[in-house]
Ligand binder design. Structure first.
Ligand code: ADP
Length: 490
């Protein structure tokens, strides 16, 4: 069987959203950090940058002087010499007459060279000059970069043999920004990949839960996640497992209920079928036909009773059932129920008696409250029959509760059965369900549908009450229904 999984749109997925949030926060931090760094570089410590350029200039000048001087003294052309010049440096070696001996580094246009020659003439040792069209540098400000120049004469016995002009591009804050931008972008890229991976890893259990949930169907509710984690996902999985356990139990109950109901209906149906077949195969006397019809009627009544009880419980389960709410006197209910069951009690040779029946007012549905009490008293008569002789009904009050007591001296109920007595179709002695033979001989033995107490409990619960049982095997049972009394206005 194929299960349909719902595909989450890319941008709606928690994984992507987590990554984006994560990136947004990292970007914010990076930009904040970069911005403050930039501001510090630009506004707070420009002198630091300048002094760094100058130190570099002095160091490189020293190196160039030491390289050039021996060459010039030996009349070797400096052009043949390999020099280590950095990209943002300009080197100009001039003869005393200012003609060019060597020219390295950033290519300089003629007018710039002229300008530099003029500056050398004016004996300026350190100056700044904006040079344009420097193709290899960053072009942040219209192809212009500011260079700091250091002019140093090369002397031999106090005579100038050449002049060294060394220029160094000043570190522009914009350049710093571009470096930072590059690193920030790279950082964000790594963060995006890492964040996506991390989010995926963190959300792995969710994927597992989703997969398992998709694989579970109504017939396989035994599956559990058993996620061995102590975090929120572990908690979620445990809740999910508990929900599955509840579903499984409910599903089992439902199946059991359907199976029991079918079983209960099958017996009367089989009997009816047998009776009809027998009646049809050979002609009978009117007396025999009459008996057959009576048996069919009895089975039919039994089925009707089961179906009505089932319908009532089904409606109770769906919460569709609504009770009438009226003021009901429990003594009226008790008297009416006892009166209706007196013939049954007489038939079973049971002394059905009442004790104190004070007026006790509750809010409820009189028809259903009667039904609840009838079920309990009828059981007491049926199960006491042949064992004991008394069934006693009385009413008492305990604080805000009205209590209906039904006491019998019947067989009692073993403790083992008490927890299940209100379960649907539960009977203490399953064999006491009416047998085919009993039905045919019209000797009605105790044993019904196993639904009577479930219905009684449901009615009590629906009225805010409860049913309690005390029973001693061999001595009898006491059924107690507690219902909240209507508060008396004094
Ligand atoms: P049933 O239709 O079988 O009477 P109930 O739900 O009314 O079903 O009762 C469930 C079971 O509880 C009965 O089958 C019976 O075994 C036991 N029971 C109920 N009332 C009594 C009682 N007064 N004395 C002994 N057993 C009882």
């Amino acid at each position: 069987m194929k299960y349909q999984t719902t595909r989450v749109p890319f941008f709606s997925s928690v994984r992507v959203r987590l990554t984006l949030w994560y990136l947004a926060i990292i970007s914010f931090i990076l930009f904040l950090f970069g911005g403050s760094l930039y501001a510090t570089q630009t506004f707070l410590s420009p002198s630091t940058a300048e002094s760094r350029v100058e130190t570099q200039l002095y160091q490189d000048t020293q190196y160039l002087r030491e390289t050039y001087k021996p060459l010039l003294l030996q009349h070797i052309s400096p052009l043949s010499q390999q020099l280590k010049i950095s990209q943002n440096e300009v080197v100009l070696l001039l003869r005393p007459d200012h003609t060019i001996l060597d020219k390295r580094g950033t290519p300089l246009p003629t007018d710039t060279i002229k300008l530099l020659q003029e500056r050398v003439d004016s004996n300026q040792a350190l100056f700044d000059l904006s040079l344009s069209q420097l193709s290899h540098t960053g072009n942040w400000q219209g192809n212009t970069s500011t260079y700091r120049f250091l002019v140093t004469p090369l002397l031999e016995h106090d005579a100038r043999i050449a002049t060294l002009v060394l220029g160094q591009a000043k570190e522009h804050p914009i350049q710093l920004m571009s470096i930072w931008l590059f690193h920030a972008t790279m950082g964000l890229l790594v963060a995006a990949i890492g964040g996506y991976w991390l989010a995926g890893k963190a959300l792995q259990p969710v994927k597992m839960i989703t997969r398992t949930a998709n694989e579970i169907n109504a017939t396989d509710l035994r599956r559990r996640l058993h996620l061995p984690r102590r975090d929120e996902f572990g908690e979620l999985a445990a809740t999910f497992d508990q929900m599955l356990a509840r579903l499984e139990a409910a599903f089992k109950r439902q199946n059991q209920f359907a199976a029991d109901a079918s079983h209960e209906l099958r017996t009367p149906l089989t009997i009816i079928n047998l009776e009809i077949n027998q009646a049809l195969t050979q002609s009978q006397t009117p007396e025999v036909y009459r008996n057959t019809l009576e048996r069919i009627q009895a089975e039919n009544e039994q089925m009707t009773s089961i179906v009505n009880s089932l319908l009532l419980l089904a409606r109770a389960d769906t919460g569709e059932f609504t009770f009438y709410k009226e003021e009901v006197d429990l003594s009226d209910i008790a008297l009416a129920s006892v009166e209706r069951l007196l013939p049954l009690a007489q038939q079973h040779k049971i002394n059905l008696a009442t004790g104190d029946l004070p007026e006790l007012l509750v809010e409820g549905d009189s028809e259903h409250l009667s039904r609840m009490l009838m079920n309990i008293v009828e059981n007491a008569i049926k199960y006491t029959s042949g064992v004991g002789t008394h069934v006693y009904v009385e009413l008492t009050v305990e604080k805000a509760w009205g209590i209906i007591r039904v006491q019998d001296d019947g067989p009692g109920i073993d403790n083992d059965h008490l927890p299940y007595l209100f379960d649907r179709f539960y009977r203490v002695d399953k064999a006491r369900t009416r047998s085919q033979e009993e039905r045919q001989t019209h000797v009605i033995q105790p044993g019904g549908t196993g639904l009577g107490l479930s219905i009684a409990q449901w009615i009590a619960h629906s009225h805010g009450g409860e049913v309690y049982i005390q029973s001693t095997p061999g001595e009898g049972s006491l059924f107690e229904v507690r219902l909240p009394l209507i508060a008396q206005v004094v």
